[in-house]
Design a binder for this molecule. Sequence first.
Ligand code: PLP
Length: 360
Amino acid sequence: MSALTEKLLNSNLKTLTPYESARRLFSGGTDWLNANESPFCNDIEVALTDYNRYPDCQPKGLINAYANYAQVQADKVLATRGADEGIELLIRTFCEYQRDSILICPPTYGMYKISAQTCGINTVEVPLNADFSLDVAAITAVENVNIVFLCSPNNPTGTLLNEEDVVQVLTHFSNKALVVLDEAYIEFSTQQNWAAMLDKFPNLVVLRTLSKAFALAGLRCGFTLANPDIIQSLLKTIAPYPVSAPVAQIAQRALSDEGITLMRQQVAYLTAEQNRVREALSGHAGVNLKGGNAANFILFQYTYRTQLMQHLVDNGMLIRDQSKQVGLADCLRMTIGSRSQNDRFLSLLDQYLNDTGDVA
Ligand SMILES: *Cc1c(COP(=O)(O)O)cnc(C)c1O
């Protein structure tokens, strides 16, 4: 670091390690089962007109399409540059620099804490219980937090939060804090949908994305669903043109009846594949499945995870090490890919277990 950047860099960034995205960790590889992306690359079309004009801040067609899909009123929908931008906007809008705190429940998605750190906001951590349920008593004992981030289905555990637990948290913080339900993987689960509860809980915020089930991680399009006063507050912070014209067009097409039908077919395929891979993994002694199947990935524990990861990486197969997270010692997370990718993963695993003599 030069003397100038050293002198000028915000003090809260001096010790910050940026989010280790799957793309930052590995650039090579042939099979990317490390970022919970979809294996489907769907056809995309864009009109090539009107690019001399700025887009709408919140393109109406897109907002209406998502409102219709999520079954909420349009004034409860904010379109953002991925759900990640929604996380950051919430923190920037509702937490004060070097004074306020957010609450998170690890093991969970890494960006809540990193966004808080980049904004100079403190993070209070209340770990999930051993079965990955919420520790409601410990959460509600925490004073003075502005935002509680919950994730259901949770990344990287693939588990759903218990509905009554979430209601207790929402109720406890009703006049104290926003409770954010990150539903990035909601399409893979049939059970819960917190967007339907916005009328009941004024402090509820729901995060959604087109990056996972809709197979559009490269697009960078997400949605924040909340009551209109919260949406209006977020509009004070958001950039003037956060959704570029081609993004709005492609996203709106993905949210058409045709697009939604295609998404549901692909989710059904990935669910069947997940069942198949889980079945195969459960036959291996030494490999312990962890968490649940409510998303598009499998979390498992394996004592020699470093060696196994190396074997996979050497063969171009990238999955994600989650072992640094609290409660996830020796855990790896594998995204469900295409049938052939999943087969390749299973055969590389077999090969490793056979070679090392650690066979079922
Ligand atoms: C992938 C993911 C996101 C980020 O989604 P983007 O829309 O791609 O920014 C948010 N939350 C969770 C839990 C995720 O796994």
